[in-house]
Design a protein around this ligand. Structure first.
Ligand code: MFK
Length: 557
């Protein structure tokens, strides 16, 4: 028998994750961490179980049956095994409930997102409806409609699988996923006082959800985003029939293939108005803020999976007389991805921390500003980084990494959804610009300064100077272009990426200093050095990348 390579094994995603362990040790109070550890361990065990199963069953997908044999329309969805397990795990482990649990105080969101991070890569994107459910709970919590608060919300926050419901979020129509102001779905108030929605929704993920929030235009309202209103739909009648919904087909997607994403028609679907019969985009914005943070954590979870498998494989695979881990270039390459991942982890966790502080009442204006500014930054940079690291992982596994049944291509295909889902990177960059217009950049500059002050004496002058220089450049660039909306928009992604990387570096510096002083651990400091060496500033020349740059596809004048 010739040589057979042993397959990579997944180490314990909780106990063996240095970055998570170290961050929790610094931030989460000991008693709270101990209390949460049963769930952390259970989610890690589930991840290992699901990984072992997934390597044997690569192609599980949901099945839509539109018609039963006698000719009745049924639109039945059969879910995959991982999806059938989803409600019990989500409810019992508090994947949504924790984030809204006032008893967890300002750390509610941190605890919740640590769980999301542990669960996502095992969830076959059951995390998608959980993200939407979390966002919808955030809206319903403050909704003027008491029925929604009293009847629906407790189900979204339930820790009992028997009563737990998930929610969809139906915004996207054929006319636009980004520009939703052109939505064509109409809302009509009947003589019985009930609202009925009619139209077509084009990307309804988790169509098996019990409820969904949907945008629709009440009859007589003006065109544009402001004329839309936000509605809550229970997808089925109490007897199980669909509530004015037909499922045309499931989308044939590059990744996320266990997630049933549908095209649907609404035909007089009964709905509840969430608040006022206008300003629907403003009303749904909190959903976007929450789901975008889930995206960042989903991408981090994928990266952690990529890195864990690659690192394990690097100790199994021998080439040219050494393991890959002993090959200087392989080790250097891997350390580069790990540094980026670690910085990204700190950025996402900072958003979770600030969100929890704001929601629990422990936060101040600085927390609120940072939460608003950092959410689109985390989404735009971390989700792109996830695609890069997943792509590098395929390469690290060589030919086997290109084969479906290694499970590695799945990581890349799934990672690619994050920069698209809930607003593409350019949409995030423009959202960041809008938030800057309202809040200014001072909160970011102050946050960087505060981190560097805490890191003083431990982090090298060179790293500190690089971080300072990058945030000052962003500040100056903004002032230099104040009022020039074309230049600001053209540079928004470069500016956003620079700010994301710089904040991430500053947060990592603060943590590295803590880990070095308190635990004698230099790992984060090493990551910081490497991350800074890759350069923080992506703004470059203000003119590059604008419409004035000559295109290679146009003939020269
Ligand atoms: C795992 C799943 C896989 C399945 C495959 C997925 C494939 C992709 C499927 C999709 O289609 S995902 C795409 C989902 N779409 C989005 O995420 C929306 C992207 N577009 C945006 O984010 C736009 O910026 C947005 C629609 C929110 C707003 O555009 P508009 O129409 O120009 O409105 P405007 O005037 O900017 O904002 C309206 C109000 O909302 C304003 O409040 P006021 O009325 O008080 O002024 C804004 O301040 C507020 N707002 C907007 N974005 C906000 C926000 N508030 C807080 N946070 C935000 N992020």
């Amino acid at each position: 028998m010739s040589f057979v390579q042993s397959a990579p094994q997944l180490p314990d995603p909780y106990r063996e994750d240095r970055v998570l362990q170290s961050w929790l040790a610094r931030v989460l109070p000991d008693a709270q961490r101990r209390a949460a550890e049963t769930d952390f361990d259970a989610l890690a065990a589930y991840a290992q179980h699901a990984y072992a199963r997934q390597t044997n069953t690569m192609r599980a997908e949901p099945v839509l049956t539109n018609w039963e044999v006698w000719g009745n329309r049924i639109d039945r969805i059969e879910l995959t095994e991982t999806w059938r397990e989803g409600p019990a795990i989500a409810a019992q482990r508090g994947l949504v409930a924790d984030g809204h649990d006032r008893a967890l105080g300002e750390y509610a969101r941190v605890q919740q997102f640590a769980k999301v991070y542990l669960y996502h890569a095992a969830s076959a994107f059951y995390s998608c409806p959980l993200a939407m459910t979390d966002g919808v709970a955030t809206v319903l919590r403050d909704a003027p409609n008491a029925m929604l608060r009293e009847r629906i919300l407790p189900r979204l926050l339930s820790r009992d699988p028997a009563t737990f419901w998930i929610s969809g979020q139906w915004m996207t129509e054929n006319a636009g996923g980004s520009d939703v102001g052109g939505s064509e779905t109409t809302a009509r108030k009947g003589a019985d006082g009930n609202w009925r929605l009619t139209g077509r929704k084009w990307f309804t993920s988790a169509i098996n959800a019990e409820i969904a929030l949907a945008l629709a235009r009440p009859e007589g309202n003006p065109a544009g985003a402001d004329g839309l209103a936000l509605f809550c739909i229970e997808t089925r009648h109490p007897d199980g029939r669909w509530n004015g919904i037909t499922i045309d087909r499931l989308k044939d997607k590059l990744g996320t293939r266990e997630l049933p994403t549908a095209e649907i028609h609404l035909d007089d679907a009964r709905a509840e108005l969430v608040g006022e019969p206008m300003h629907g985009v403003r009303a749904i914005a909190p959903v976007l803020q929450v789901t975008r943070l889930w995206n960042a954590f989903g991408s981090l979870s994928t990266m952690a999976r990529c890195l864990a498998l690659t690192r394990d494989y690097a100790h199994r695979r021998t080439a040219f007389g050494k393991t890959l881990a002993e090959q200087p270039l392989f080790a250097d390459t891997l350390a580069g991805w790990e540094a980026g991942f670690e910085a990204a982890f700190h950025l996402a966790m900072e958003v979770a921390l600030r969100l929890g502080r704001v929601e629990s009442g422990a936060g101040d204006a600085q927390d609120a500003a940072l939460q608003r500014l950092l959410t689109p930054l985390a989404k735009l940079w971390i989700c792109k980084l996830g695609v890069h690291i997943a792509s590098e992982t395929v390469e690290a596994f060589g030919g086997i990494g290109y084969l479906e049944d290694s499970g590695i291509p799945l990581l890349l295909r799934d990672a690619q959804v994050f920069p698209i889902w809930e607003g593409a990177s350019n949409v995030q960059a423009l959202d960041f610009l809008r938030a800057l217009d309202k809040l200014g950049i001072d909160a970011l500059v102050d946050a960087v300064d505060a981190c560097l002050e805490e890191a003083d004496g431990v982090v090298s002058d060179m790293d500190a100077e690089a971080i300072h220089a990058a945030i000052r450049h962003a500040d100056t660039w903004l002032r230099d272009h104040a009022g020039d909306i074309t230049a600001l928009q053209a540079g928004a992604l470069r500016l956003g990426t620079t700010c994301a990387r710089t904040l991430a570096a500053a947060l990592l510096a603060r943590h590295a200093a803590w880990a070095q002083r308190r635990q004698g651990d230099f790992a984060s400091a090493n990551s910081l050095r490497r991350f800074c060496a890759h350069g923080l500033d992506r703004i470059v020349d203000a003119l590059s990348g604008t419409a004035e740059t000559p295109s290679p596809f146009r003939p020269s004048p």
